[in-house]
Design a protein around this ligand. Sequence first.
Ligand SMILES: [Zn+2]
Ligand SMILES: [Zn+2]
Length: 318
Amino acid sequence: MKDEIRKDIFGRDVVIATSRSKRPGAFLHKHGREKACPFCPGSEHKTEKTILALPNEKNWKVRVFKNKFPVLYDRSMKPIKQNFYSTFTPCGAHEILIETRGHDREYFNMPEKDIVLIIKALKERHEQLMKIPDVNYVTIFKNKGLRGGASLAHPHMQIIASPIFPHKISEEMRESENYFKQEKKCAYCAVINNEVKERKRVVYRNRDWVVICPFVSRWPYQTTILPRRHFSDLSKMSDAEMGTMAKATKRLFYAYSKLFEDPPYNLMYHNFPESDFWHFHISVYPRLITPAGFEFFGLNVNITQPEQAASELKKSMK
Ligand SMILES: [Zn+2]
Ligand SMILES: [Zn+2]
């Protein structure tokens, strides 16, 4: 069975990546006991070769390499079949970014300057991957813990370059653009103004960033990390903003660890093409509950009030 990108008449798309089923533990529900972690220093030979290492390859603190079981990997997107349904070659790239040498590290116990290195590496890989001719989007995310969907415990992020936009991102782009056309301002700039004024959902703020529990939080203790300055994508983030973002991240995850003892979570970069209506931000979804089933329909029921979550997170900060 060939890997491919599929599109149907409803405008839906999916990446079929059968090679990923060969990865250890693909369909297991439990972590097997890890013998030797392939992401720890000294095991570099167990992974694909280094694409980027910061500050340098020998003493790396952040290391990027190609995923051994990539979701997408072809250099160009060519049609395979065009009849009732359409299929295309799996164009794109799939990389792993090791965030730290420490197997059990989390943002709250890392130096801020090491978090800055992670952001720098993401910025650089985003820039390079966007140069692949048919690539339109670079998805950046982190799964932590078994309930967060991570197959290996060592802190790492994934970077997927693709010709297609993730559904959540294109939905958000459409809504933000509609808001901009009606209100003549960026939706997220408006949200930031409102949240800073109302204060009750603000978890943390510094000169450049604000962390909130969104008014419509779909998951308990869900947060959004937003830059106060309007910019759409990672490439526009200044060095100063990287420093203050590292500070905000460290503080937020300290609060999470204090409240929930280092919980599993999903972290997603909402990175957009440059524009007046798309505003860069990061979403964090702690995995504190098991989905009840109706979430698959998009009916979200949240058992924690976002205002309560914000107040608890704020109180738990150092
Ligand atoms: Zn490790
Ligand atoms: Zn904005």
